[in-house]
Design a protein around this ligand. Sequence first.
Ligand code: ADP
Ligand code: ASP
Ligand code: MG
Length: 433
Amino acid sequence: MGSAALASSASPTASPPLPARRVRVHKYGGTSVGDLDRIRKVAARIQRVVEAGERVAVTVSAMGRATDELIATARELHPRPSRRELDMLMATGEQVSIALLAMALQHLGVRARSLTGAQAGFLTDGTHGGARILRVDPAPLLRALEEVDVCVIAGFQGVDAAGQITTLGRGGSDTTAVAVAAALGVDTCEIFTDTDGVYTTDPHLIPSARRLEVVDYEEMLELAALGAQVLHPRSVWYGRRYGVTLHVRSSFDFRPGTLVRGLAREEAHMETDRPVTGVALDMEHARIDLLGVPDEPGVAARIFGALGDAGVSADMIIQGVRGAADSRQQMAFTVPRDRADEAMEAMTPLMDGLGGRAELDLGVAKLSIVGIAIGSAPGIAGRMFEAVAAAGANIEMIATSEVRVSVVIPAALAVEALRHVHAAFGLERDESA
Ligand code: ADP
Ligand code: ASP
Ligand code: MG
């Protein structure tokens, strides 16, 4: 179903028919291909699928923390490397793992071929470090799947119209895999990772978190966007757009995991008889305070205009109390941590010119509750704030929507606050079950 949809909406090219044998779409993250032994295990798992008569389009991430290490290496040579060169460098991480997995498969006698993002037909826009997929040409993948049983696709990368290598943003291999499923018209994308599904919160931080059997696209989109690292937000968007179910499961065993798909409202309520489905913690944002902002029309537009010109988007924004004697006020907003320097470079001269100043705070965290019924259930925000207070954390900023409530709190108390909030909404595993 997805193939025709993707090709016709994103490009005028019609997709060729699928190969006669069924194709499965898998994705293995960094931990799952973290060393040679794990790569061999992934190869053995794929071999079983091929022996059962199916073909596999598998996306892999860079090994272990390879991407972090590449970024750290770049920063040793330049404090702020050019985004084009950084993409060139980061893309090598996935190029290593695709070649090694293809070799491991070939060693088992499986016909396999590795493909970079460009070779696999991924055309993106030119936003280095956060490119959007414009189109996936299914032809090279289909051709490869006629000739071999497994194509191993480099996650997280593509190429723009000018032939430049781009990357899709950290964690973007999930999106590559779901886009592969959509382009091939495969209805499920299996995301193999180091947990056995999507939990009510990060199970590595809160071991009593409960695994969810099924999660609605809307809720998963929110959880992912608000910091639940388990899925890249765009992968969920793709799944919803092209009707691909995401099956998040463990690469270490064969048990089924969590299905992320569209749920009818009644079904969603049956799944979660609680107003809150999950809690996300985001430690990847920084806070910028603007002090002594003139209380005049047009100032906010100048501030956020300058931020936009620097290519940075603000997340949460607050504006302080009016009425100070000199008619100046405070403003604060959050930005992605890895863009904080650029944001400060834009804000510092602007605030100097306005007679105020900008301050950077890296010690903040954003904690969010998500649930499709939050907007219609009274008292939810109050319960959350009470739990945050019980952890001793002061709330610095608040943002709400129909499906979530987010607070910015000191990073040092974030995990404690997460524990309290998670328990306050009854999300812990039922030990008696
Ligand atoms: P991969 O390298 O396989 O892409 P990631 O590290 O990107 O894996 O994502 C998996 C991790 O996401 C888990 O190890 C877990 O710590 C984290 N995580 C955060 N929130 C959740 C959640 N709600 N459910 C499951 N895992 C979560
Ligand atoms: N290797 C990339 C990263 O570490 C992409 C991914 O793992 O999904 O962000
Ligand atoms: Mg990931």
